[in-house]
Design a protein around this ligand. Structure first.
Ligand code: HOZ
Length: 434
């Protein structure tokens, strides 16, 4: 890799941005506050690499937070976007792409009988909860500490992602009434869920969970946890909602529900189904989805929902995944190489680290604790993570700018990038760990 260029243009842009945009960013995690640095302005991406405005190249383990599973600028996806764009950017009317997308998604994910497109994961989870409340006639919802389901009011309770790295317990501006019906249990702790059901019998409309939590860093469900949730929800008449914004189409064509063999009633999807364009979707059991307007009384709408360019990008990427099983073989192999490698080199260096991963998705935590929930995730040393981040970014490896986020490997990565990354990480563990 060539010598790093000073981040002059980035710094100049950030100075302007701070005057015009809160914190200089349009989403908090990318402000790099979690690693005590200023953000780096990106210019373009190509394959496994992302390039900043000062001409530095980085191996990219963010991939726009997951959706770029084929890597940056995949030629097929770009071609599909361009072909759709010349026909018109938005109509606010129905298009064929939406039908094809719904047909493809329902054919790939067995629990999906009907699906509604929206514009983001936040909209997807919020709308799925509304449908669940409409179906059950109940008001309470149950979530898990450290899980993040977007920024709608009712879900900003003990949330992960940006709230965790900013060390904010909850958001200001959310009326108490909006969160009064949100119950919080502990991830991987079925007893905590049982207790909430016992205290609120027949009152909980939905239990929402990231089947693999990926917004307090990556935390895997322990054996029996998801199945236990399924059983409790069925027993209580509560709808089980999987938030597969991160895991959907990443762990496999049927997402985490396919990998773990547990069927939710509803699923929320996010950016990956847009191949990098702003998209989300929610769907599941027909009798629930048929309550959504204009079919039924649960209102939800959006001019850009099912946008034709986004549908074209998403369809192209999903079809590519469907037709090339080599994608999952490749990213899972590289994911194993990367995360097992990090586990080995940190342990060889005697560093107190814990690595969680499944396939191409994972996190390294600076803690000796086995990370299995919010409490253990929070034992991670964020100062050490910031040092690690700085070491890697200065050597051309771009990873999550906060301890409590995930890393993503794409089809465009090769063993060469993984080796390079491990070499740089090992150098950190050998020389910089204090
Ligand atoms: N909420 C995302 C991470 N879990 C970050 C979004 C962004 O900054 O783009």
């Amino acid at each position: 890799m060539s010598a790093p260029q000073a981040l002059r243009r980035s710094a100049a842009l950030f100075a302007q941005a701070k005057e015009l945009i809160p914190g200089g960013v349009n989403s908090p995690v990318r402000a790099f506050r979690g690693v005590n640095r200023d953000p780096i302005f990106m210019d373009h991406g190509e394959g496994a690499f992302i390039y900043d405005v000062d001409g530095n190249r980085y191996i990219d383990y963010i991939g726009s937070w997951g959706p770029l599973i084929l890597g940056h600028n995949h030629p097929d996806v770009c071609k599909a976007v361009l072909a759709a764009a010349v026909k018109g950017l938005s109509f606010g009317a129905v298009t064929e792409g939406e039908v094809r997308m719904a047909r493809l998604m329902t054919s790939l994910v067995p629990s999906l009988e009907m699906v509604r497109m929206v514009n983001s994961g936040t909209e997807a989870t919020m709308s799925a909860l509304r449908a669940a409340r409409g179906y059950t006639g109940r008001e309470k919802i149950l979530k898990f500490a450290g899980c993040y389901h977007g920024h709608s009011d009712a879900l900003l309770v003990k949330a992960g992602s940006g709230l965790l790295s900013e060390a904010m317990p909850d958001s200001a501006g959310v009326p108490g009434a909006c969160t009064a019906d949100t119950l919080v249990a502990s991830f991987n702790d079925l007893d905590s869920v049982e207790q909430l059901f016992a205290h609120h019998p027949k009152q909980i409309a939905a239990l929402i969970v990231e089947p693999v939590a990926a917004n307090m860093g990556v935390v895997l469900p322990e054996a029996g946890f998801l199945k236990g949730l399924r059983e409790l929800c069925s027993r209580e008449g509560t709808l089980l909602i999987f938030d597969e914004v991160i895991t959907g189409f990443r762990l496999g064509l049927a997402g985490a529900q396919g990998s773990y063999g547990v069927e939710p009633d509803l699923t929320a999807f996010g950016k990956i189904i847009g191949g990098g364009m702003p998209v989300g979707a929610y769907g599941g059991r027909r009798e629930v989805m048929e309550l959504v307007s204009p079919c039924g009384p649960v209102y939800q709408a959006g001019t850009l929902s099912g946008n034709p360019v986004a549908m074209a990008a998403g369809l192209c990427q999903l079809k590519y995944l469907q037709e090339h099983s080599a994608v999952y073989e490749h990213i899972n192999h590289l994911g194993d190489m990367l995360f097992n490698g990090l586990r080995e080199i940190s342990s060889r260096a005697g560093a107190p680290c814990s690595v969680n991963h499944i396939g191409s998705l994972g996190s390294l935590f600076f803690t000796a604790e086995k990370v299995r929930d919010f409490k253990t995730a929070k034992t991670a040393d964020t100062t050490q993570y910031a040092r690690y981040f700085t070491h890697l970014i200065e050597q051309g490896v771009y990873q999550a700018p906060a301890q409590f986020e995930a890393l993503f490997v794409s089809y465009a990565h090769t063993e060469a990038e993984i080796h390079k990354t491990l070499e740089i990480a090992e150098d950190f563990f050998r020389t910089s760990l204090r």
